[in-house]
Design a protein. Sequence first.
Lengths: 429, 101
Amino acid sequence: MDKFVAFLENNLSTPMAKLSEQKHLRAIRDGVVSALPFIIFGSLFLIIAFPPVAADTALGEWSAKHIAEILIPYRLTMFIMTLYITFGIGYSLSQSYKLDPLSGGLLSLAAFLFTIGVKMMDDVGFVLPMTNLGGHGLFVGMLVSIFAVEILRFCKTKNITIKMPDSVPTSVARSFEALIPVSIVLLVMTLITVVFAVDLHSLVDKAVAPLISAGDTLPGVLIPVFLITFFWSFGIHGVSVVGAVARPVWEVYLGNNSAAVAAGKAIPHIAPETFFQWFIWIGGSGATLGLVIAMLLTAKSSYSKAMGKATIVPSIFNINEPVIFGMPIVLNPVLIIPFIITPLIGATLAYIATSIGLVNPTYVMVPWTLPAPIGAYLSTGGDWRAIVLVMVNLTISVLIYLPFFKMYDKKLLAQENMVETTDNKNIAL
Amino acid sequence: MKVLFVCSGGMSSAIVVSALKKEGEKQGINIEVLAVGTQEFDAEVRNGWDVAMVAPQVKHRFDGFKASADEAGVPCEAIPAQAYSPLGGPKLLKLVTELAK
């Protein structure tokens, strides 16, 4: 068993975790993460625009009447999230190359704007259509940001730059340094999108279409769920590893779902990140709130009793590293089994419930540290059935964890008794 | 003693941080601790810390953190999984004080 675990750790989990630290993947992840506050802020206005009350109440009537205005903060944040994300990606990637991050961020942003296509409207003048600035354009945003920063880096390493004499202030010198890479990147973008009039968005849409539909199927949900708990079983932050690859897809779903709601259309996707967060990871990765409740209910060993008391509050707010490392679940064959099984079952149930319309799909992003029933309620735009689903999944998780926990607790208790008897013996001697 | 923690978001280590502080109080050692996320670490570690501790869930990024800490001249160590728990205070304190010497 130990050999097998060591084999998995050395050949599978650690190399994969290292891969997720690859510079571009990390920049994409950090770029998306930097936009989250804006996404959370904007998505809250979706709840105000579509409040969870009947249409004939005062609030219902008020929001229906002012819906266009209420949605403006949403439109300027979450609805155009890729605009923010491209800056974040360019910034992070340049930072990791030790280039000037501000130049990298701005250049990425500019390169992305070149893909949008300026339109002329008679009564308003020139406009940028907003649709592709949102989640819909995320993959193009990722690609052009990376392209922009790589050119920046190329120019820097090959010393293709305008050098200023030392007497020129640094900030001025820096802006000239960026002139050549900026010109190269933007000329290439002009060539592609203006001269050859290539619509990068429809091109990339076609290329990623299989990925987008695959991620929204039941296997597409279960595979990341399994991988996340698999990584955690070795003590590696699963979401940050798997999310490095999967998060762009999850964000596209979230962007599309919220845009559909704002447009009054049917919600297209089941599995944005919010789906995983609220229906599956109840209490954190591995749905460990169930384990902590099992601890509080049945712990016999003093260690489990103390752990249960110490971890219940953080667990309610989905912080479970103390449980994962404290119990520990990491490299603990008894607890790894329910840790992997529970989320798979919860995911399957939530997937079925959402796909047959028992629960609204999620489209609002709220901070992940909210207790699961509240988070689920808000992220489904105020669907009380989401709370029921969370409670059902929580109950199931307690039932699955319970026998495994008891088994492990018995072992802990036996160890504690043994220590005590040897202590007593020592005293007697 | 000033101890900098790095974990994935700076949240989970907050719990371990309070365990460490409590243990320090017990032993009469004044400890100032800050928990940061992985993105902030590189900049923060340069602000005059005595020790930098890396949470086990981001251990696969240890080399990168260690490089930043080395540049700043701050001793840097990974926290063993068993010490990363609300009950791991004593173990952690021992580790931190040894590292700070």
